[in-house]
Write a protein that binds this ligand. Sequence first.
Ligand code: PHE
Length: 349
Amino acid sequence: MSEAQALTEALAALRAEARHALSGAESFSALEELRVSFLGRKGRLAEIMSRLPGLSSEEKRQAGQEANSLKEQLTAWHTLRLTELTRTQEAAWLADFDPTLPGRAPAVGGAHPLTQVSDEICQVFAGMGFDVVSGPEIETDYYNFEALNFPPEHPARDMQDTLYITEDVLLRTHTSPLQIRTLLSRRPPVGVVAPGRVYRRDSDLTHSPMFHQIEGMLVGEGVTMAHLRGTLTYFVRKIFGPDTRVRFRPSFFPFTEPSAEVDISCVMCGGKGHVDGETCRVCKSTGWVEILGCGMIDPNVLNAVDVDPQRYSGFAFGMGVERVTMLKYQVGDLRLFFENDVRFLSQFS
Ligand code: PHE
């Protein structure tokens, strides 16, 4: 037998064997092994083709064509079997798949309780027509103290209380600079609430060096303390419930005159001072808890921003968001708001 005949016979034998083997492959790995052994670089077809150089050029052309068509045929059988195996596998997966099973719920985040309460408070005031504004946390002495009628030697200006960046630049210790900023950019009548972070050199069980306040201010003609009282009573009842009572206690702030601190009937004992015969731990049996400071804006403040105190008057108030949130949800420990333990936070979403 000539070498050319031997090659043709080898190709025919490979064709017969491969057709049977490829169409019967039972797994992806078995099929892959067959592909390598038939079509691989050191496989059977490559071995046959390596013998082509020994032929005459006419025989070489003839045998080369046969080898190439076999290669195409083997590839086609391999692809066909691969498709069949894939379909079978998908069918098996689908047989196991129960589309009626409940899905896995993704963990969903939520707004921080302080953000929720701050938003809620702002919405109560927005409902009364107040605009929501904000200002910088890094302030100058002028906006934080001087324009608010703090005398140069006032103790709040002390390094003990205030975080200074330079002699004149500081982290705001309250949101009251928004009174000044608002009145410099808008003329009365104007009513705003201003939520934001404030900073003080204070850190213990009940004080955090950063906490949140909401400032409120209304300036116009004929604004009186009665408006202040009505506004705050409405707000308190919206946040703490319709039966909550409100009381004003005389107090002092450099930027308001007269000034008051506002107490509400205790959220824990309802003002009775005791729960089940025990002293109420929230109000220490007084029946009242303090929630904010307020007052009528001092004429010196209005003069500082060129608003005529003969014509205009106004009230202002400032409250701590942490404090309101602790009272509203009866949270006993301030640190819970800053540790961000999901077991705590998730109770609010
Ligand atoms: N800024 C005061 C504080 O931080 C609160 C306050 C605001 C009091 C507005 C009166 C009027 O304690």
